[in-house]
Design a protein around this ligand. Structure first.
Ligand code: SF4
Length: 410
């Protein structure tokens, strides 16, 4: 028998009217992007929203290409031309140069990446400018520049290669490109780290006059500590002691020069507020309630959660694993709730539950709702281009260099 999330936890994850109000028109006090949506936003209760979205999309035809991230609401995904993770969507946008407008139903850093990878003539629109990402916001350009100074003072900057997760601002991607590093996704983090350690080795060798590999090549991993640690320890044989945590809110990151010199992975103290909520208790609890359940979690979860899970992988991996799962199999999924709900609906022959007891949407992803999408599309029909996301040419140049390095990974 298939059990729904609501039946399992007695929780109705549908947003309350208050949540809709907060997600609809108001600024989010916790987001640095806290920008109210300008213009005449249709009310969420408007019964004609679906029809209006259809009509506006039809009027724009091939001039618009709508991208929907996996964590978006169903009401938004319905209008997406393609769905995917942030990198797939940016590439999909780049493959549609004929589309004048790319409407990105996702968060700010994703729209920036789409702008970097699309042509100069294409405009990338984010339906709500307040759709930021708490993880990306945890590493600012100033903080990262300061960190690099700390590494320089410790004498290790020249053997450290930055690797930045896709979930970072264009500024951080540009920093990465400028310092010879690469971007990674949750699917290719291991390959990116292997490349970075090779690159670090090459730099060490050249700084020693080509005298071979020396111990001590390092990676500065930004901004998600969990993805960095999980990849290094689970997949590459590093120990937890090889990793140190750089806290940008403490002098010198809260680390001594010796700690930095001894470390192999310098992890930035950032995390995803959605995946960071899953705990060891969530895993133990679901195993007790559902005997035989397979626990499948995203690598942005804490190390103890990932260690206790049966399977670990990116959103694309999770989708494929459930597609391939046997009918009647039982799954507890540790990723964003919109996606888990959609997967449960798509596989009624399998028992798919959300890993945690509490509702766990990404609140900034959820800011893109049908009223904002309708508003953005109707604005385009009227000849106004709202909420354009533009990355300046200098930042774009270096950020693209880091993205290109990722594309060239073996
Ligand atoms: S799920 Fe986490 S990493 Fe993704 S946009 Fe939301 S806060 Fe950022």
């Amino acid at each position: 028998m298939t059990t729904t999330i609501t039946e399992t936890y007695g929780v109705d994850p549908t947003p309350t009217p208050l949540a809709l109000l907060l997600l609809g028109r108001e600024a989010d006090p916790n987001s640095e992007r806290g920008v109210e949506c300008p213009g005449d936003l249709p009310p969420a209760s408007d019964p004609d929203l679906v029809e209006r979205a259809r009509a506006a999309k039809a009027a724009l035809g091939d001039r618009v290409f709508i991208l929907g991230h996996h964590y978006q609401r169903d009401e938004v995904i319905e209008f997406a031309d393609v769905t995917g993770d942030s990198f797939k969507l940016a590439r999909d946008a780049a493959a549609r140069p004929e589309a004048e407008y790319i409407v990105f139903c996702g968060v700010h850093f994703m729209a920036e990446s789409a702008d970097i990878l699309t042509t100069e003539d294409q405009r990338v629109v984010l339906p709500d400018l307040a759709a930021g990402c708490s993880m990306a916001d945890m590493a600012t350009a100033e903080q990262v520049a300061e960190c690099w100074d700390v590494l320089t003072d410790a004498g290790i900057a020249d053997v450290t290669v930055p690797v930045s997760y896709m979930n970072s601002s264009a500024d951080i991607k540009a920093f990465t490109g400028k310092h010879g590093g690469t971007i990674c996704t949750s699917s290719n983090a291991k390959r990116a780290l292997e490349w970075a350690f090779e690159e670090g080795a090459a730099r060490s060798a050249s700084s020693e006059g080509g005298g071979g590999r020396r111990v001590g090549e390092k990676v500065l991993f930004l901004p998600d500590q969990h993805l960095g640690r999980n990849t290094a320890v689970r997949e590459m044989g590093f120990s937890l002691d090889d990793c140190v945590l750089y806290n940008p809110h403490k002098p010198n990151g809260g680390l001594t020069a010796e700690q930095l010199r001894n470390a192999k992975m310098i992890l930035w103290r950032g995390h995803c507020s959605v995946h960071g909520r899953f705990s060891l208790d969530s895993v133990n609890d679901v195993r007790e309630r559902i005997p035989g359940v397979t626990v499948l979690v995203h690598p942005e979860c804490k190390h103890e959660v990932v260690t206790a899970a049966d399977m670990v992988g990116s959103t694309e991996y999770i989708i494929k694993a459930l597609d391939a799962a046997e009918p009647g199999s039982k799954w507890a999924i540790g990723t964003e709730l919109n996606l888990v709900r959609r997967l449960a609906k798509a596989h009624p022959d399998k028992e798919i539950v959300f890993l945690d007891k509490t509702v766990c949407f990404c609140s900034t992803m959820n800011r893109i709702d049908l009223p904002h999408l309708v508003w953005a599309l109707e604005s385009l029909v009227e000849g106004r281009v709202p909420n354009v996301i533009t990355v300046d040419p200098e930042t774009e140049k270096y950020a693209k260099a880091a993205l290109d390095r990722m594309l060239a990974l073996p």
